[in-house]
Design a protein around this ligand. Structure first.
Ligand code: TXA
Ligand code: MG
Length: 332
């Protein structure tokens, strides 16, 4: 997938003029605006239907400009930046004056990353500043991993979409809080816990990963229209066929070990490698929505490597949904 230089220039011009540009990154597509333009940043929240208290990530062109955006960069933060950038790692650090409070949801910290995608890097270089960008989807729904997903999610709310082909990683960046003594993972993602631990030489804490579902405490996110139900791997086929018999239009995330396709509405044959699963995950969820499934039966992968991020997204997709949101979804 090649993007013309004229398209990069056009996108950079739109950012300078306060516009919204969707850009490919190695993780998912982002909905970008000039990080230093509060009015443009406000348009992001509007386009996504996202509460303005949710902080955004500032994308920058290189680790060498980190100090322009954040302060008190610790040796640990520096080490992680040098090791993983460009790449799917986001660092949370004390906010510098260039990052407006609108971009951080009022927080005194800011999230920063250097994306590993040639089109994103070309845009950052042509634009010259920081690009604040959440995933380019409606709030709460599945993140986009192709330009078509972005157009389907946001339509006319975005001024221009740079098409850099399908995203390589497929799940969002790993977010690490490096404001304290001990770095803590706020969101598992494209850089694995094992990779972080190898570089830091110490164990890294990851947020609670239990599957206990308490209403209200586990708000739905990364969710398709269809309801997502997680079951034990050896129960997937039986649960799916049972639900189909009860009248559901069931879509199944079928583990690679399963031999016979279950008698259900639609099947996604999961790839054996975690990298391929992560790359395909959001596309699979969208595919089952498109096929008209109202219920998706899946199981959690082993929570190691990229499996940790996949399991995190599946749990959130299966989380309880606010009534209003669910109504909205049915009406779509
Ligand atoms: O891979 C990614 O990170 C993608 C691509 C486009 O870069 N972006 C992305 O952005 O996933 P978004 O807005 O969907 O998720 C950003 C996450 C949010 O969960 C937000 O709470 C967290 O980053 N975040 C941002 N600033 C933060 C801060 N100062 N402290 C803690 N969390 C922060
Ligand atoms: Mg998002």
């Amino acid at each position: 997938m090649t993007v013309r230089t004229s398209d990069i220039e056009k996108a950079a011009g739109l950012l300078r003029a306060g516009g919204l540009v969707a850009l490919p990154t190695e993780t998912v597509y982002g909905l970008g605006a000039n990080a230093e333009d509060p009015a443009a940043v406000a348009r992001i929240f509007q386009a996504k239907g996202r509460p303005s208290s949710h902080p955004l990530i500032v994308h920058i062109g290189g680790a060498d400009s980190l100090d322009e955006w954040v302060e008190d960069v610790s040796p640990t933060a520096r080490l992680l930046a040098e090791h993983f950038w460009p790449g799917p790692l986001t660092l949370v650090l004390p906010r510098g004056p260039r990052v407006p409070l609108e971009a951080t949801g009022g927080l005194d910290t800011a999230a920063v990353r250097v994306p590993a995608h040639p089109v994103a890097l070309a845009l950052l270089s042509a634009f010259g500043g920081g690009i604040t960008a959440p995933s380019a989807n409606r709030f709460g729904s599945v993140s986009p991993t192709t330009a078509d997903h972005v157009r389907a999610e946001l339509g006319a709310a975005v001024d221009f979409v740079l098409d850099g082909g399908p995203c390589e990683v497929g799940v969002e960046s790993t977010i690490v809080d490096v404001t304290g003594e001990v770095p803590g993972v706020l969101r598992p993602g494209g850089v694995t816990r094992e990779e972080l631990e190898a570089v830091l030489g110490c164990p890294v804490t990851v947020p609670e990963t239990s599957s206990v579902r308490v209403p209200g405490q586990h708000p739905s996110h990364y969710a398709p229209r269809a309801r997502v139900v997680l079951v034990a791997p050896d129960k997937v086929v039986a649960e799916a066929e049972g639900a189909q018999e009860r009248g559901h239009r069931v879509g199944v995330f079928l583990p690679p070990t399963a031999v016979t396709p279950p008698k259900v509405h639609a099947v996604v044959d999961l790839p054996a490698s975690a990298a391929a699963y992560a790359r395909g995950l959001y596309g699979f969820l969208r595919e089952l929505d498109e096929q008209g499934c109202d219920l998706i039966i899946a199981s959690l992968p082993a929570e190691e490597g990229l499996g940790l991020a996949i399991a995190n997204r599946l749990r959130r997709a299966a989380g309880p949904r606010p009534d209003g949101e669910q109504l909205g979804r049915q009406e779509r």
